[in-house]
Design a protein around this ligand. Structure first.
Ligand code: C5P
Length: 269
């Protein structure tokens, strides 16, 4: 797929400034080893391999020299590859910024560092280290076709219910009470990279910058900020191997995928 020729000038923001507390490694998740490399290295390789970015902007934990060095070494490798003639694809500029206290603040720090003539932007979680190239391509093709916002999604396999904390006598039976059941066929689990026309995402984040702490804590992805503007958000097919490495079990699954015959990234599904 010659994606580079069909997409506007695109930057990919990789947010990697999270603490990784739920993974329990005692270090930022981006540094945690996966198949002999760090989670961030896998994520950056995936973005570069997709060949859609003119710039990759990485948000790291503030002052983390080790991750800054990792990004710089990755940029040097790309440069060496370009000098050797490469494969004719795009060789992105790599920029590193200090992330913020929330994911949205990390995205805003990266938005402020994008090259001036950037038209569209993909925001990708470093924690989704094994996202296949095809997902990047589906997102960037939807943008090229006119979408202002596009997200990769997969169907939900579990039945999903809403609950509330049990009060009164019921509390002796169980901690929560079911309040409803969502219609599963209309539900989708949302992944990254999420793609946006840059001006639209910038407007959405400008509005969110004044949120109070409670509102800010409820922001779990970029698309929901764009939804608040009333802008349509389109959905394309994600991939099951694009899992967000969050818990020790996720890491075991990711290791297992990498040990597969082709490596996880190259298998669609
Ligand atoms: O914690 P959560 O699962 O929402 O993190 C999703 C992604 O956002 C991760 O890749 C993490 O590194 C990133 N993040 C960030 N800055 C924060 C919190 C999370 O870049 N302050």
């Amino acid at each position: 797929m010659d994606s580079a020729s069909t997409t506007p000038v695109t930057a990919v923001i990789v947010v990697a400034a999270g603490s990784g507390q739920r993974l329990g490694y005692g270090m930022p998740k981006a540094k945690v080893p996966l198949g002999g490399d760090s989670i961030l290295t896998h994520a950056l390789r995936g973005v570069a391999a997709a060949g859609i970015a003119r710039q990759i902007c990485v948000a790291i934990p503030p002052g983390d020299e080790e991750l800054r060095d990792l990004c710089e070494a990755f940029a040097q490798d790309l440069n060496t590859e370009r000098q050797r003639g490469g494969d004719g694809g795009q060789f992105p500029v790599v920029t590193v910024v200090d992330g913020g206290a929330t994911r949205a603040e990390s995205v805003r720090a990266a938005l402020a560092a994008l090259l001036p003539d950037t038209v569209s932007v993909l925001v990708h979680d470093a924690a989704r280290a094994l996202t296949p190239e095809a997902v990047f391509h589906r997102v960037s093709h939807a943008l090229a076709a006119g979408a202002l916002a596009v997200i990769p999604v997969i169907p939900v396999v579990d039945t999903v219910k809403t609950v509330e904390a049990t009060t009164g006598d019921g509390a002796a039976i169980a901690p929560e009470l079911v309040t409803g059941t969502a219609a599963r066929e209309t539900l989708r689990a949302v992944q990254t990279p999420q793609g946006f026309e840059l001006a639209t995402l910038q407007r959405a984040h400008d509005a969110a910058a004044s949120f109070d702490a409670g509102q800010a804590a409820a922001v779990t992805d970029d698309a929901m900020l764009v939804e608040l503007l009333g802008v349509p958000v389109h959905a394309v097919r994600g991939a099951s191997q694009s899992l967000k490495i969050t818990t020790p079990l996720d890491l075991i699954i990711a290791e297992g995928l990498l040990e597969g015959p082709l490596g996880a990234r190259w298998v669609e599904g």
